[in-house]
Write a protein that binds this ligand. Structure first.
Ligand SMILES: [Zn+2]
Length: 134
């Protein structure tokens, strides 16, 4: 299946990937192979979050208020706005409260996202909005 939406293709575009499931690996000296670790060293999340932090810096500088459009839940998609203080807040606003994997691409105006989790998967976008100062 060739999935494409918002002008971005899951197959052809090189999307960043972040997951809240552990991706730690252990290196076996004997076989010279890395395998998924049974134990999380904690680094996997820190590393992914750090990349997400760098990738989204320019967009987060635009505004603390964000809108998410089309976030896939099990029975519907949602549109909503939320306020962020940092990259972790932004990530919370565009993911769900279970195991998830997010693929994303940052553009000058928004983040294109593809989120998959237990109950659903789908593409959506999130972007900063500048509020009236009054
Ligand atoms: Zn880990």
């Amino acid at each position: 299946m060739h999935f494409t939406d918002y002008g971005v293709s899951l197959l052809t575009d090189n999307l960043c990937r972040i997951s809240n499931q552990c991706s730690c690996e252990t290196f076996n000296e004997d076989t010279q192979e890395s395998t998924p670790s049974e134990y999380c060293f904690g680094d996997c999340w820190d590393d992914s979050l750090h990349l997400f932090e760098i990738d989204t810096q320019d967009l987060r500088d635009i505004s603390d208020t964000w809108v998410v459009e089309g976030l896939p839940l099990w029975n519907r998609t949602i549109r909503g706005s939320f306020t962020i203080k940092n990259a972790a807040d932004l990530l919370r606003g565009i993911t769900v409260n279970s195991d998830w994997t997010l693929r994303y691409k940052v553009t000058p105006t928004h983040i294109w996202c593809y989120l998959s989790h237990h109950d659903a998967a789908g593409s959506f976008k999130a972007y900063p909005v500048i509020e009236d100062s009054e």
